[in-house]
Design a protein around this ligand. Structure first.
Ligand code: NAD
Length: 501
């Protein structure tokens, strides 16, 4: 299959892709090579950091609403290219067509959010204890921000960070995943166009860095970058967090999840079924918020679980570019092997595994397609502690809600969670301080598919970061407390006296 017209529509012309060397760009649809992308050497990355640092000193002086205007124009351009960008996501990350479109919509949504925010970066005025004094808190631009992103959201995660950082007065450097460099190139080109078209935007304001983990590590270690926003596995975050902390930088971590849902006896099972299948098998289980563990009240287990097995056995798996496909490929052979290893562990521990095998859609032999796996168990097993980035759903019966909540919370990660129930006491218990310990807790909707308005992120080994809406913008600024004395006298705080005669 020739994908060059699709690449060209997304702005990745043939000349951007070499025949050899650099980073190999491939499609998980059939494993075909899309081309080779030139990587940035360590000295070249150093130059880009210097350019972003220089741009920051100009950009921080541009008024917030004008910075918002740049992001508004970018969002408009992305809207105009929505379809081509979405197809590129499908081509490079393997998401089904509708989810590719959804991801680009998320880019547009966060741009619009950031434009409004550019007029609202509000501080505080506080009562001073000293007469004739004015006490306030003000938010100032932070500096060049390093953004390291994962393959599974190859555009939206950067946009969450970039749009907010830009309106906050920061310059940005983006290292996309080595598995999705073309998504990075295409989206970043649109921002470069907007920067070039506006006099008030300094050249070098946004930098794209193509490379692997070494390039990410170079950003993490660099003292010119006060904030590193890193999205990816917990293993990556553990390294990045320590490197950044060692130089007293700030890190914003969005790491792995191990998300669970609790289905109580009062749940609407038809709604639950749809929500569970989308959350667990959608995106081929390759979302940080994918549903991985399901606790079902024993009274409804025999109603829900056979239906789940039936839907799992018949889900349409195949070419993600085709409109009727619900499950596309895994990203690569490594992901497939990790999935199979987890299923072996589950079987060895006594679980009953339905599905999980490789399937071969016509003409797509080079792609790693799998039937989603449903793993039935009576009690938790060791492999459930880890995030296997693939469509595996562990299903367990429970007796009491407090036991289900305890089991849900008994993992190292803390990203997303859900309860399916029509009983107010159950849902409020789940949402209470004694309930879910995750950054996200949903009622009667699945663990995945968050909106940008709320803060997104999770606790424990998910890293503690929060991105997107709410007050997440504060991570991209520095807070300054200011005291202004307009009194003519010099009273000291706490009544301290220091008379020098
Ligand atoms: P990954 O950890 O392999 O790579 C993510 C990024 O980190 C890549 O750009 C990679 O080059 C870079 N990187 C890896 N090691 C590094 C190091 N030592 N120093 C600096 N950079 C380094 O993750 P992946 O396979 O691309 O993505 C899947 C993972 O991402 C899953 O664990 C998923 O849950 C997580 N994820 C989390 C969120 C969230 O918001 N919490 C969102 C998307 C994905």
């Amino acid at each position: 299959m020739n994908y060059s017209s699709l690449l060209a529509a997304a702005g990745v012309e043939a000349q951007a892709l070499g025949a050899s060397g650099g980073l190999l760009a491939a499609t998980p649809i059939n494993g075909a090579t899309l081309g080779h992308v030139q990587t940035d050497s360590a000295p070249r990355i150093e130059e880009k950091i210097a350019a972003a640092s220089a741009a920051f000193t100009a950009w921080r002086g541009v008024p917030g609403p004008q910075r918002g205007e740049l992001v508004r124009q970018f969002g408009t351009l992305v809207r105009a290219h929505k379809s081509a960008l979405a197809q590129l996501i499908t081509l490079e990350a393997g998401k089904i067509a509708s989810e590719g479109l959804g991801e680009v919509q998320e880019v547009i949504d966060i741009c619009e959010y950031a434009v409004g925010l550019s007029r609202q970066l509000h501080g505080l005025t506080l009562p001073s204890e000293r007469a004739g004094h004015h006490l306030l808190e003000r938010w100032q631009p932070l500096g060049p921000v390093g953004i390291i992103s994962a393959f599974n959201f190859p555009m939206a995660v950067w946009a969450w960070n970039a749009s907010l950082a830009l309106v906050c007065g920061d310059s940005i450097l983006w290292k996309p995943s080595e598995k999705t460099p073309l998504c990075g190139i295409a989206l970043h080109r649109l921002l470069e166009q907007v920067i070039a078209a506006n006099e008030f935007a300094p050249r070098g304001l946004s930098q794209l860095i193509i490379g692997g983990r070494d390039a990410g590590a170079q950003l993490a270690a660099h003292s010119a970058l006060p904030l590193i926003s890193a999205t990816g596995s917990t293993a990556m975050g553990r390294t990045v967090a320590q490197v950044v902390a060692a130089r007293f930088g700030r890190s914003l971590l969005e790491l792995g999840g191990n998300n669970a849902a609790v289905v109580t006896a009062s749940a609407d099972l038809a709604l639950t079924l749809r929500a569970v299948v989308f959350a667990a098998a959608g995106t081929s289980g390759q979302r940080c918020t994918s549903l991985r563990r399901l606790f079902v009240q024993r009274a409804v287990y025999a109603q829900l679980v056979p239906q789940l097995r039936r839907v799992y056995a018949t889900l349409s798996i195949g070419d993600p570019l085709s409109a009727d496909t619900l499950m596309g490929p895994l990203i690569d052979a490594e992901a497939f092997n990790r999935m199979q290893a987890a299923l072996v562990q589950a079987r060895t521990a006594g679980a009953t595994v339905h599905g999980g095998e490789r399937v071969f859609p016509t003409d797509l032999d080079g792609g790693y397609y799998v039937r989603p796996a449903l793993v039935e168990l009576q009690s938790p097993i060791e492999v459930m502690q880890q995030e296997t980035f693939a469509p595996i759903l562990y299903v367990l019966p429970y007796e009491r809600l407090d036991q289900a909540i305890a089991a849900q919370n008994a993992v190292r990660q803390g990203l997303s969670s859900a309860i399916f129930s029509n009983d107010l006491r159950e849902t409020e218990t789940f949402l209470s301080a004694a309930g879910s310990d995750c950054g996200i807790a949903n009622v009667n909707c699945g663990t995945s598919g968050a909106e940008i308005g709320g803060a997104f992120g999770g606790e424990k080994e998910t890293g503690g970061g929060r991105e997107a809406g709410s007050d997440c913008w504060k991570a991209y600024m520095r807070r300054q407390t200011q005291s202004v004395n307009y009194s003519g006298a010099l009273p000291l705080a706490q009544g301290v006296r220091f008379d020098i005669g």
